[in-house]
Design a protein around this ligand. Structure first.
Ligand SMILES: [Zn+2]
Length: 69
């Protein structure tokens, strides 16, 4: 099953979901704010945050950098 990357339209949080290819992005819930408007980004398979080439400095991203591994 592919991993998709989503960005929440509401809070800008970027997260990943295992989903079937048929899954509807509109039903993907932001784990941070619960908003169901997420935009599917181009997926990188297996999102290892490999050592830092320009990382994501998103505005308003004060997300408690919790469960990322
Ligand atoms: Zn959100």
């Amino acid at each position: 099953m592919p991993i998709y990357e989503y960005r929440c339209h509401n809070c800008g949080f970027i997260f990943e979901e295992f989903q079937s290819i048929k899954a509807d992005p509109a039903q993907t819930k932001c784990p941070k704010c619960g908003e169901q408007r997420s935009e599917r980004l181009l997926s990188a398979f297996s999102s290892v945050n490999a050592s830092g080439s320009g990382s994501v400095a998103s505005s308003g991203g004060s997300c408690g950098s919790g469960g990322f591994t």
